[in-house]
Design a protein around this ligand. Structure first.
Ligand code: G3H
Ligand code: ZN
Length: 276
């Protein structure tokens, strides 16, 4: 069933688990992620980022995500990941998304607040949730020009108070697109943030977080854990193996079977670590 981020996040923040938000790019990862969630009886967030909607425009991807959500036996949030402006966030909402992330993390605080608030007003009028980021989770790839800056607890407090967002993404030691689990979470910083704000917290770049730290995050007031790279690696590496083992194969329906199973397996593992 389709649910909003707020419906999932408030409960997850209060309980000893966190809901994974998996980046999906099409049918081949939407279905394995939903199957993993149903196996666990767990809620899940399908997160479409900008490259995903550039590859498969919202007019195609949104109905696919919404169909998967509505026919699932578990609660599913259909979410826009890292929306960079009002147009893309409002377009996702018009296409039926139940949640959007506006990412103004590269902007000065006041401008981030102003733009986030505009989207909150638009989304909340329509019953849709909003996540936004303060501080900035950078990228492990130096060619991506994004600043990396830990969140300042006082700024997080001001940001949530002045925007009214439903979940806040904070920078506490992760970096996007790590291919090994070597990140180190600053739990002291996380606790200082938690002592100042009630809003559920979101951690981006979680493919790089070691399992024991992921578990600890899930028991804290973290409600949403974003995971992209780990699943993309499971799909891509298994597809490469499959093609090496079957050099004459060209039928993608056959070639996609093992990679899809690998995505399901990887998602299942993350659910277990996150408390399901
Ligand atoms: O917004 C998406 C996530 O933060 C994914 O990060 O690819 O490093 O797991 P990741
Ligand atoms: Zn992210």
């Amino acid at each position: 069933m389709l649910v909003t981020l707020k419906q999932l996040a408030d409960e997850a923040a209060a309980k000893d688990y966190a809901v994974p938000a998996f980046n999906i790019f099409g049918y081949e990862d939407i279905i394995p992620v939903i199957r993993a969630a149903e196996t666990k009886g767990a809620p899940v967030i399908l997160a479409a980022n900008i490259p995903a909607i550039q590859h498969m425009p919202l007019a195609y991807l949104a109905p696919l995500m919404l169909q998967a959500a509505r026919s699932a036996s578990v609660p599913v949030c259909v979410h826009l990941d890292h929306g960079k402006d009002f147009e893309v966030c409002s377009s996702a909402i018009e296409h039926g998304f139940s949640s959007v992330m506006y990412d103004g993390s590269q902007l000065p605080l006041e401008e981030n607040i102003r733009r986030t608030k505009e989207i909150v007003d638009y989304a909340h009028e329509r019953g849709i949730s909003v996540e936004a980021e303060i501080g900035s989770v950078g990228y492990s790839d130096p060619s991506i020009a994004m600043k990396h800056q830990l969140s300042d607890p006082d700024e997080v407090r001001q940001f949530v108070r002045e925007t009214g967002i439903d979940a806040v993404a904070v920078s506490v030691g992760t970096v996007h697109r790590m291919e090994t689990q070597e990140a180190s979470i600053d739990f002291e910083l996380l606790e200082r943030i938690q002592s100042l704000v009630d809003t559920p917290l979101v951690i981006h770049g979680s493919s790089g977080v070691p399992d024991d730290q992921l578990r600890r995050l899930a028991s804290a007031r973290v409600a949403k854990i974003n995971i992209g790279t780990a699943l993309r690696m499971a799909f891509g590496q298994t597809l490469r193996e499959e093609m090496e083992q079957k050099p004459k194969a060209f039928d993608r329906i056959g070639l996609f079977q093992r990679p899809m199973a690998a995505v399901q397996e990887a998602a299942l593992g993350k659910f277990t670590i996150l408390g399901f």
